[in-house]
Design a binder for this molecule. Structure first.
Ligand code: SAM
Length: 267
């Protein structure tokens, strides 16, 4: 049964859509309110495939985490992690490598409510309710310090989040600050809404009108987040094309091209 507002912390604003809760709607979750569902209904008018887009993003998240575990990564900082859903980072990582440590970071108070339950059941996973735009504070957070060994490579994840940041919030500098804190052999994992066609620009207009934050970026701009790192094959590509585990049609739909992603290694 869907949760009622009064079950949650009073910091939760049920009068405006939240990114975390709207994302929960498109993943067919139950942790959302009427205002979030109305927001998604508006988005569906310009991007009928938005539910599929969220699924592609969750699928690449799983493939990306498995890829990093295969490279020997057993600790992850998942920035803008969202509300727990199926196949979260710790589940994917700990299934592949049970000793994996995962710190989730999100500024939505509802994520913390879930995080407490998560913490109770798994001492290798923590949720930090904080603003990822302050890397210094995040990196100094006691949970991060406890679970992440900065002498060993780390998987830094900014999956489905950098498009929520405006240029003047310095997303590039934020990426650099996290990657400066981790050693050689660490990985950066980014997925991002891509400005690649009139369809994507229409979608962006609607997103921004309703959420008022961030912007879609071109493939070149998304790729530039990886400057100085070694992009792993196949580079920055539409999500379904990144190391697919199933056959992918040659003609991608608008929804399949709406987000791009990639992973790179810190040399
Ligand atoms: N990373 C998950 C995924 O890709 O499946 C969730 C992505 S969800 C679209 C973006 C998340 O980033 C939301 O849960 C939102 O609350 C969070 N977020 C947005 N701005 C943030 C900020 N400044 N600091 C921390 N989290 C933020």
């Amino acid at each position: 049964m869907a949760k009622q507002p009064d079950e949650w912390n009073s910091a939760i604003d049920t009068t405006r859509p939240s990114i975390a809760r709207a994302y929960d709607v498109v993943l067919n979750g139950k942790d959302n309110f009427e205002v979030d569902r109305e927001f998604v209904a508006e988005i569906v008018k310009v991007v009928p495939e938005i539910y599929d887009v969220a699924t592609y993003n969750r699928q690449i998240l799983g493939r990306g985490v498995r890829f990093m575990v295969d490279q020997g990564i057993t600790q992850f900082i998942d920035l803008g992690s969202g509300l727990p859903t199926v196949e979260n980072t710790h589940q994917v990582a700990q299934r592949a490598e049970p000793g994996s440590h995962v710190v989730y970071v999100d500024n939505d108070p509802m994520v913390l409510a879930h995080g407490r339950a998560l913490l109770a059941e798994n001492d290798r996973t923590a949720v930090v309710t904080s603003d990822l735009r302050d890397p210094k504070a995040i990196l100094a957070d006691p949970a991060v310090q406890r679970l992440i060994d900065f002498d060993r490579p780390v998987g830094v994840m900014l999956v489905g989040i950098l498009h929520h940041l405006h240029d003047d919030e310095d997303p590039r500098g934020i990426v650099e600050a996290y990657m400066a804190a981790v050693p050689s052999g660490s990985y950066l994992f980014v997925t991002h809404f891509c400005d690649s066609s009139q369809d994507s620009r229409d979608a962006e207009k609607k997103f921004l009108a309703l959420l008022g934050t961030g912007r879609f970026r071109t493939v070149e701009e998304i790729t530039s987040f990886f400057d100085g790192f070694e992009l792993v094959e196949p580079g920055v590509v539409p999500l379904p094309l990144w190391r697919p585990e199933q056959p992918v049609p040659s003609n991608l739909t608008v929804g399949q091209r709406l987000m791009y992603g990639g992973i790179a290694r810190k040399p």
